[in-house]
Design a protein around this ligand. Sequence first.
Ligand SMILES: Cc1cc2nc3c(=O)[nH]c(=O)nc-3n(C[C@H](O)[C@H](O)[C@H](O)COP(=O)(O)OP(=O)(O)OC[C@H]3O[C@@H](n4cnc5c(N)ncnc54)[C@H](O)[C@@H]3O)c2cc1C
Length: 450
Amino acid sequence: MSMNIVVIGSGAAGMSAASAARKASRDAKITVITEDEDIAYSPCAIPWGIEGKTGWDDIVMHDAAFYKENRDIDVIIRTRVETVDGDKKEVVAAGVTYPYDSLVIATGGTVFIPPVEGKDLDNVFVVRTVRDGKNIQKALEGSTNVVIGGAGVIGLELAVALRDMGKDVTIIEMMDQVIPRIADKDMADMIQQELEAKGIKFVMKAPIQAVKGDGKVEFVTAAGEDYPCDVMIFATGVRANLDIPKMLGLDIGQLNAVIAAPTMNAYRRGRLVPDIFVAGDLVQCQSAVMPGATMSQLGSTAVKEGLVAGNNAAKGEKKEFGPVASPWVSMIGDLQIAGTGMSLGLASWYGIDVVCGKAEGLTRARYYPGGKRLVVKVLADRTSHRLIGAQIVAGEDATGRINWLTSAIIDGKTAETFMVDSENAYCPPTNMVRDVVLAAVEDLCLRLKQ
Ligand SMILES: Cc1cc2nc3c(=O)[nH]c(=O)nc-3n(C[C@H](O)[C@H](O)[C@H](O)COP(=O)(O)OP(=O)(O)OC[C@H]3O[C@@H](n4cnc5c(N)ncnc54)[C@H](O)[C@@H]3O)c2cc1C
């Protein structure tokens, strides 16, 4: 008899899991159940969807009919899973019972909203789904003042999109820098300056105290000041959705996310649960930099985990998901910012003593027209000299460089072995003959000697 695979959630993790399950098993019955109305879309594109640079239909890659016709996967939309019985191996949603042999939980995360007065007023939004994006777009019609809570990557991407739409944008951030936690202040300040030059206002070191208005938001209060506001968007971080894992008694880690084996199986009271898999934003990962847990709430991580979870759920040849350095990149205005591994903030949280190296150059040969500024910063453990993190701010081409440094971090290279082992391709229109990455690591080697 063919096996039943049920996947809960239709985001990057869930749809990757369903597709990988189909690749591993021709005859499994695969059912995806999701609360969402759209499936297989890229939340990462929502800021540009709101701005109108990309159409909503372009962001949604496939619909349920595509999955049925091309992959024989049943996708049930607008349906919340209410109960999962791990003993009977059944999922119940909208009164229908779905038996499973393997279950993949890919229920993602929810935007954390600080518990402030007025957060439920009209025109106060979070941004997570295409529906959120469409609602924000509608509310923006005829609105002037937009306040964004949180200066993380998503908040900044939104700010640029809204500013380019002609809105008056204010960002309120409780920390003293933009992109806190994953970027260092010296790198993040370059991005803040770029946005200030575009006319985006920042209120820093100011937790949001209240959202005020009569039915609809009119002001947002932070640091004792009222900021006029027609539309408020919270971009204040994501918390793992743990209802279903908790219902099943799965082990939750110290970062408040589900603990997973490299096979993406969940655990219950320390024992691996052979028929339950997890993937995506609700999972706690293993850090590639140090022996410990980390979060990697990224689309790229969700897809990779989903592929492993789905394959193993369908009993394909066993695959594993490794420790993460979590490389990320963003295009903010005319600048790209990228990072990998530990920032100074994260390293201090883990008690690592850090030495930094930095170099600045251009993205093309000096004489070749159109070269843009490129700043590379690299971080190493003072004792072992091991590379633990890197950040890049550049006018172009940050992604390839951060991926290069990510491989080195995952390989456990020291600054010195990186200098010996690394080579860079070269052509005047694409980079300098000696890439700025090498100059930054060389600077790091010198500082490690001091
Ligand atoms: C605006 C924005 C920009 C981003 N930009 C980037 C980027 O540039 N690069 C990057 O790597 N990452 C980016 N991310 C993060 C990335 O999108 C997420 O890490 C990724 O989408 C997580 O995928 P997921 O499948 O785990 O979760 P989700 O996409 O959240 O999917 C969870 C699914 O579970 C469903 N669900 C939840 N509970 C239930 C239930 N009880 N019953 C049924 N269904 C349920 C939901 O409806 C949803 O379909 C961005 C995120 C946002 C919001």
